[in-house]
Ligand binder design. Structure first.
Ligand SMILES: Cc1cc2nc3c(=O)[nH]c(=O)nc-3n(C[C@H](O)[C@H](O)[C@H](O)COP(=O)(O)OP(=O)(O)OC[C@H]3O[C@@H](n4cnc5c(N)ncnc54)[C@H](O)[C@@H]3O)c2cc1C
Length: 441
């Protein structure tokens, strides 16, 4: 068996896996099908392209995604290092300049002498070369069928929606105010709606025409990322207590009843994303319905919202604890395909798989993240049997599922301290690997 590793998919997880393996001295062949075969959503041929929001979530340690980032930093994640370099001001959120971010990762990969890039679609699952499959939610049809054939009915899929973005210059002057929710900075442009305007907007959302291509009857959404019209359908007030809540905003007009927040998508601030407005409305309906918000009456769209496919494996049924396929030893699954959801969650599984594969090659024990870390909780989640499997974000509810009632009073500060201690220990241990062992190439 050749001792180089094939990584399939140059997204968040595949890029992290390839760069981590190379750091540990393992030669990598990185397969990426773009630009020869595109996906419905990617628009460039770069690695680690962020396909929707440019926010990587909270960076605060008390939030699960913040802790996940801290663990990634401690473990030396290359993807997070590029994110840190591309960071934009965005209140409590960690937003990046998407072009700079993917450019930095692309440079790191193409300049790495241990990584060979192959622009090709991977179709046949071939374990004669150690392989990490990280093809993500838009895994090509041919590979998806291959996975289904080999893993039986262990595969399923559902659909997500993407939010629109607009040109900043097209926002109606004098109709917005700057403020971050609960923060003292002004990173968000808030489009204010009066009570009348809000209910008119909600009723329009509830009845607007949607564009849902080829989606089966048993269509299922990911609950943490519902289309805005789906939230509106759940009740007239659902949005104003959800993504459109006006609370915690300084300087809001007296008649402000709800807001749509706009967040910059690039460093220059020329493009703004409509926060929480992922949608499957038909294009003309997006212009009509979002146009009812005074600030967006003349909005020019850089990208319309849309529905997209989201392929994932039923992780617990098909994956071993090291994220290797039970049915095909020699093939590991990383990223969203394993059953997590989110940029950072996908990245962390890329890192974990890379460490597991390198440990096997070096003949050392693979790191045990245990359920003391957010990383370990995500690995547990995708590898522990459960009936109602749905992709998971990093969240403290994962701790609850481990320790049930005790966690009602969970001490987050203690959890964070323990998690970071363990991550430090693992990072130190990994540093010793290549000093005392050689990769048998
Ligand atoms: C439209 C959309 C919007 C999303 N929005 C968000 C968001 O706002 N925030 C968030 O946190 N998460 C979001 N996600 C979820 C998610 O975490 C990201 O998709 C993340 O990029 C997943 O990382 P990944 O590495 O697993 O897959 P990707 O980043 O998608 O990388 C997979 C790569 O594999 C390539 N590929 C696919 N099939 C093959 C093949 N057969 N051979 C070779 N290459 C192949 C693809 O071209 C792609 O480059 C979104 C997902 C989608 C699809």
């Amino acid at each position: 068996m050749a001792r180089s590793v094939r990584v399939v998919g140059g997204g968040l997880a595949g890029s992290e896996a390839a760069l981590t393996l190379a750091k540990l001295g393992v030669p990598v062949e990185l397969w990426e099908m773009r630009p020869l075969h595109g996906t419905d959503v990617h628009t460039t041929d770069r690695f680690a392209e962020l396909v929707c929001s440019n926010s990587l979530g909270s960076d605060a340690l008390k939030d699960a995604r913040g802790l996940l980032k801290a663990e990634l930093r401690t473990l030396g994640s290359s993807v997070l290092a590029c994110a840190d370099q591309s960071r934009l001001p965005a209140g409590k959120a960690f937003a990046v300049d998407r072009d700079q971010f993917s450019m930095l990762i692309t440079q790191a990969i193409t300049r790495n002498p241990l990584i060979t890039v192959r622009r090709e679609e991977y179709v046949h699952l071939d374990p004669s070369t150690l392989t990490v499959v990280a093809t993500g939610p838009l895994t090509s049809d041919a590979l998806q069928h291959g996975l289904q054939d080999r893993l039986g009915t262990g595969n399923l899929f559902f659909y997500d929606a993407v939010a629109p973005s607009i040109w900043a210059r097209s926002v109606t002057p004098g109709t917005t105010f700057l403020s971050s929710r609960g923060g003292d900075n002004s990173d968000y442009l808030n489009c204010s709606l009066t009570k009348e305007q809000y209910y008119a907007f909600v009723h329009a959302l509830q009845t607007a025409r949607r564009h849902i291509p080829d989606i089966p009857d048993e269509q299922r959404y990911f609950e943490a990322c519902l289309p805005v019209e789906e939230i509106a359908r759940r009740g007239d007030d659902a949005l104003r207590f959800g993504p459109m809540r006006p609370i915690g905003l300084q300087g809001r007009p007296a008649d402000c009843f709800a807001v749509v927040q706009l967040r910059r998508e690039n460093r220059a601030g020329t493009v703004l994303g409509l926060v929480g407005c992922q949608t499957s409305l038909a294009i003309l309906e997006q212009e009509r319905v979002f146009g009812m918000i005074p600030a967006l009456a003349h909005a020019q769209y850089v990208r319309y919202g849309r529905m997209h496919r989201n392929v994932f494996l039923r992780g617990p049924a098909v994956l071993g604890r090291d994220l290797q396929l039970n049915a095909i030893p020699g093939i590991w699954i990383a990223g969203q395909l394993a059953g997590v959801d989110g940029y950072m969650e996908s990245t962390v599984l890329g890192l974990v798989v890379a460490l597991n594969v390198a440990a096997m090659l070096l003949g050392v024990e693979r790191p045990d993240f245990s359920s003391d870390t957010m990383t370990g909780l995500l690995v547990d989640y995708v590898t522990t049997r459960r009936d109602d499997f749905q992709p998971a974000n990093a969240n403290y509810g994962l701790v609850v599922s481990e320790h049930t009632a005790k966690q009602k009073h969970m001490d987050r500060e203690r959890f964070v301290a323990t998690a970071l201690q363990r991550a430090h220990r693992i990072a130190e241990e990994v540093c010793t690997w290549t000093k005392t062992n050689a990769i048998p190439i």
